[in-house]
Each structure stands twice: as structure tokens, then as C-alpha cells.
Design a binder for this molecule. Sequence first.
Ligand code: THU
Length: 135
Amino acid sequence: MARVPSTSETCLIEAALRARENAHAPFSRFRVGAALEDEQGRIFSGCNIENATYGLTVCAERVALFKAISEGAAAITRVVVVADTHILTPPCGACRQILWEFCPGATLILANLHGRRETISLNDIFPRPFDSSFL
Ligand code: THU
């Protein structure tokens, strides 16, 4: 399918902020939102969902990514992560691995609630990854 013009960065951040409103974070009270865009311009969002066992918690990035995959997303081009921190919150190690496997070329946009934002690549924060090329 043809590539469509991409959503503005601000719209993508707003989608992540809206998703963050649904965060289920009664244990940490740390609310995170994520939004992904695929090359067809579709947007998928997610929030962190915690669990009383703690360990079954799923981060916003993985919720958004798994939604995208299950809904037939095309290649993911951009990933936004938003949280209420001054130093912008990056994806955790587990999410870096999963993002690497599903969208290694994606641009990562980190943002907070006060308009601060930074664009990085997954490579910058996930050097020397393990992936299926080793299997
Ligand atoms: N969390 C995310 O959803 N994404 C991140 O990038 C960092 C951490 C969540 C997991 C947990 O619900 C809470 O933030 C505190 O770790």
C-alpha cells in the first residue's frame, strides 16, 4: 500500500498523552503513555498496565506494540513515550529488546507533560542487540 503523509509529531505525542490517561498504575503511580505510527499513517497507542503480582506488569510501549501487531500494522516508523518526568523517560530494557525485534529502524520520541521532547534512535540506547540473526 502507498505511503501516506505522516501525522505531526505533536499529534503523535497527544495520542500518547491520551493513552497515558488510561494507565493502570495503582502500585507505582508512574503513568506512561506510548503511541506508534506505522508507514501507512495508522496510530496505535498504549498505557502501562500493572498487576498485583508486580512482575506481570506490561509497559506502555509493549501494550502499544502488541496492539499494533495484533491489528495488522505495517512497519512501525515512530514510537513516542510520554511520562511525567523532567529527565525524559526512556523505554526499559525489556521494551528496548521487543522494539528492536519489531521495529529496529523506528525513530523514538521521548516527551514529558511540559512540552519537553527529544528524538533519538533505538540504536542510540540499545547497542549490540541480540536478535534472530544469532539463532
Ligand atoms: N513503565 C512503562 O510503561 N514504560 C517505561 O518506559 C518505563 C516504565 C512502567 C512500568 C510500571 O508500570 C511503571 O512504569 C514503573 O516502572
